[in-house]
Write a protein of this length. Structure first.
Length: 257
């Protein structure tokens, strides 16, 4: 475990150094079309994932890539880690995120988010913010973007009871497009609230898209069921792999229900 600690420390230092380098490289994109900043973001994601494999021995496997539709889309992903917030960028031409408004105020980084036309919301505004979010997201998706959204609203520990928010159902109905569910087990390798990075095989699985036109209730039931069932399967396989590596699962990656 000492080696994992040291590898994690090195990775985190290099991760943020790499981020700073890409922020500098991206400066010319302020006067370029949006595709330029998105190209930089994809390369940042790929380089960070490569670094994770080289330093921390975290292999990444992507399944179901052939199921990703072209054009406007809602991508509903399980959210266990910071990892998927950048890793999913590389699969979509015009990705769109909904994020807390305060991130837009961060020098350089926040300005790039504005350039990329991400949607910042005031979480303290309650229902009013939800309606505004749904309106803006729906308009952007209908213009051809792919909305990457985390239905639970925040990162959840591996094994925690799922709590899917109703906001995604409102967005789904307003957009009138397909929804691509995504399951993963990233929380076992990049746990939240710790800098530890554990080796093993991180798996992302793109599932069969849900068609437009479902009711809110049916949509929530179907999207939560397919994501949770697949995530449970991926987590179970990864736990067995980690049990062989460590003789037990890492404590910080265990269930925190």
């Amino acid at each position: 475990m000492v080696a994992i600690f040291l590898r994690s420390l090195v990775y985190n230092v290099l991760f943020y150094m790499l981020l700073i380098c890409w922020l500098i490289v991206a400066i010319p994109t302020y006067v370029m079309p949006r595709w330029a900043i998105m190209a930089v973001a994809r390369n940042w994601a790929k380089s960070s994932i490569w670094l994770l494999r080289v330093i921390c021995n975290v292999k990444v496997e992507y399944r179901g890539l052939e199921k990703i539709p072209q054009g406007p889309l809602i991508v509903a992903s399980k959210h266990q880690s910071m990892w998927e917030t950048f890793a999913l960028l590389q699969f979509f031409e015009q990705p769109l995120f909904i994020l807390k408004r305060e991130l837009l105020w961060i020098p350089l980084f926040g300005w790039y988010l504005i350039k990329a036309k991400m949607i910042g919301i005031d979480r303290s505004a309650g229902g009013r913010a939800l309606l505004e979010m749904a309106r803006r997201a729906g308009a952007a998706v209908r213009r051809g973007r792919q909305l990457i959204i985390f239905p639970e609203g925040t990162r959840t520990p591996v094994g925690a009871p799922p709590q899917y928010k109703t906001g995604i159902a409102q967005i789904y109905v307003d957009c009138g497009v397909s929804c691509l569910p995504v399951a993963l087990n990233s929380g076992l390798f990049w746990p939240r609230r710790t800098f530890m990075r554990y080796p093993g095989t991180l798996v992302v699985e793109f599932l069969d898209p849900l068609p437009p036109g479902l009711s809110r209730r049916e949509f929530i039931a179907r999207v939560s069921t397919v994501i949770e069932e697949t995530t449970d399967r991926l987590v179970e396989v990864a736990r067995r792999e980690q049990a062989q590596l460590f003789k037990r699962a890492p404590r910080s990656a265990s269930v925190k229900a």
